[in-house]
Design a protein around this ligand. Structure first.
Ligand SMILES: Nc1ncnc2c1ncn2[C@@H]1O[C@H](COP(=O)(O)OP(=O)(O)OP(=O)(O)O)[C@@H](O)[C@H]1O
Length: 461
């Protein structure tokens, strides 16, 4: 850490702080993300995953990894600094002035290229949202925050848990169906919609309303003045059946909108799918090897002694306070949930509004709001014990568990993908004519080159 000097603290995330630092030798600025390392071995491995996954991603539209090290109880990930801030800030800054179509297409093309790179390596980001997409000073877009990312193999598609942000989470997550690359496509659809309208597509006054709208794919249509191609694309990305959603490969290569996107991408940003498959695919066996490796080795060990970052950086930080429903709600939980107001997403300004409990306002809205239709049984059970929190923040979503929503995450959670695989019921009604299994990735098994890279990363020190 002697290599860097602290410029300022730029933010406090759910796992720790983000610091802006300057490299003493090159004078270049970087962001150091500090992650409090848990004592528990499994959680420890999970915390390291972000560093490992980010280190693997090398793409002009992904925040570049520089190095990672452990110091005392912190894991520090040093990464590229994106001085333009995040896309959410940028959207808010617009107030009511719409972005021009060229800007929307350029940013969207770049985020697709970045996300496609991730998918080609058989990794899911799982928390794509405007807050996790960064801008450089020359207006390029970079995907960041790999804290929720996971390596996907076909068995993982049935995993019990998912780490994501409720407002951006795809229907299959709530419906306890398998998830795959198409779940990230849904989240990117939300970001595209935000760029087009400055509003979130699924605005809702309560958890239940939000989840119902998502599961029905019910969103206000884009304004007519927008390009037909964009309207069509949003519609495709919000197909409730993941099989009907185009993959990023399709969006970039053979979709109605591809030609428009290409004109906004440098040629090196679009990688051939086959190339991605050759270099980055995981299979179950290789995945296990890396998991073992992560368990056995630690990242670079360093000491912070005598560094400029030492000051004030080890003060004890209480894990974020979690708001919960009272143990004994006065009404049925469902009724309460049906009327509890979510942070309203009007003008994208609402993710700062935490829910504070069953207020007078929610009692009033209880009388106003009636469900048009009963939600599916599965949904009801999910909601039954849902914790009241901010739906624009990252949550651990336990599918088929007693505790469906945990969060906002204040400390690393175990992504228990190794639990028993639940039965997955296919709802035939939802299957739409354009089902296209070929467009869903992550089913192939092929050798991977990760092991070498992870080995190198550890053996350097
Ligand atoms: N590479 C980066 N360049 C510029 N700003 C960054 C970068 N990475 C993070 N930030 C900023 O630092 C702050 C903290 O980010 P971080 O990812 O640690 O947490 P968060 O996104 O606020 O919360 P969460 O942990 O829930 O994702 C945010 O304001 C974010 O915009």
């Amino acid at each position: 850490m002697e290599t860097y000097s602290l410029l300022k603290v730029i933010g406090e995330g759910s796992f720790g702080r983000a610091l802006l630092v300057r490299c003493k030798s090159s004078n270049a600025k970087y962001v150091v993300k500090e992650i409090q390392l848990p004592k528990n071995r499994t959680k420890l491995e999970n915390s390291r995953r972000e560093a490992i996954l980010l280190s693997r991603m090398k793409h002009p539209n992904i925040v570049a990894f520089r190095e990672a090290f452990e110091a005392e109880d912190l894991l520090c990930i040093v990464m590229e600094y994106c001085s333009g801030g995040d896309l959410l800030q940028r959207i808010r800054h617009q107030n009511t002035t719409q972005f021009c179509v060229d800007e929307i297409l350029k940013w969207f093309a770049q985020m697709c290229a970045g996300a496609k790179h991730i998918h080609d390596k058989q990794v899911l980001h799982r928390d794509l949202k405007s807050k996790n997409i960064f801008l450089t000073d020359n207006g390029e877009v970079k995907l960041g925050d790999f804290g929720s990312a996971c390596i996907l193999n076909s068995s993982k598609a049935y995993a019990q848990t998912y780490v994501g942000t409720p407002y951006y989470v795809a229907p299959e997550i709530w419906e306890n169906k398998p998830y795959n690359n198409k779940s990230d496509v849904w989240s990117l659809g939300c970001v595209l919609y935000e760029l087009c309208t400055l509003r979130h597509p699924f605005q809702a006054p309560s958890w239940k309303s939000l989840i119902l709208k998502v599961c029905r794919g019910a969103y206000p249509p884009l304004p007519n003045h927008l390009l037909y191609e964009l309207q069509y694309l949003v519609k495709q990305m919000f197909k409730t059946n993941p099989k009907d959603r185009p993959s990023l490969h399709t969006i970039l290569t053979s979709h109605r909108v591809s030609r428009l996107l290409h004109s906004h991408l440098p040629s090196q940003a679009i990688e051939l799918k086959e190339q991605g498959r050759r270099t980055g695919r995981w299979n179950r066996e290789e995945g296990k090897k890396v998991a073992n490796l992560l368990g056995e080795r630690s990242l670079i060990k360093t000491s912070f002694e005598g560094t400029e970052l030492t000051e004030g950086r080890f003060e004890s930080r209480e894990p974020g306070h979690r708001k919960q429903w009272a143990a004994e709600p006065s009404d049925t939980v469902l009724q309460v949930l049906a009327n509890a107001s979510l942070a309203s997403s009007d003008s994208m300004a609402s993710d700062n509004q935490a829910l504070t409990g069953v207020s007078e306002e929610s009692k009033d809205s209880r009388q106003r709001r009636q469900w048009e239709r009963e939600p599916p049984e599965r949904l009801l059970s999910l909601l039954e014990k849902a914790r009241l929190n901010r739906a624009f923040s990252t949550f651990l979503i336990n599918r088929g568990d007693d505790d469906p929503l945990v969060g906002p995450l204040s400390q690393p959670q175990r992504d228990s993908t190794d639990g028993p695989e639940p039965e997955v019921a296919v709802d035939e009604d939802r299957l739409q004519p354009r089902s296209d299994d070929e467009d869903t990735d992550f089913e192939e098994e092929s050798p991977c080159d990760w092991i070498d890279e992870v080995e190198k990363m550890f053996s350097k020190h």
